[in-house]
Design a protein around this ligand. Structure first.
Ligand SMILES: [Zn+2]
Length: 79
């Protein structure tokens, strides 16, 4: 990461959004494993929906970050 990027507040914001979603996704997957193990069908169903939501949020955050890098910093990230 170069100096210009690390000083960009929008990069910080987008990156922290992505990291938050990544962390939440990991947490939900752990909870899903647990619910599966306990055969807790209600929780499994609820967590499955949450996993879909957080996955699409994480994908969106990653796309926004890539788009920002490309348009503002001229850096093309590999998808
Ligand atoms: Zn930036």
């Amino acid at each position: 990461m170069n100096t210009a990027m690390s000083e960009c507040p929008e990069c910080d914001r987008l990156l922290s959004q992505y990291q938050t979603a990544t962390f939440e996704q990991a947490k939900i997957h752990d909870a899903m494993d647990e619910a599966n193990y306990l055969r807790d069908r209600a929780s499994t169903r609820r967590l499955t929906l949450e996993a879909y939501e957080v996955t699409s949020r994480r994908r969106g955050a990653r796309a926004a970050l890539a788009r920002h890098n490309e348009t503002v910093h001229g850096i093309v990230t590999v998808h």
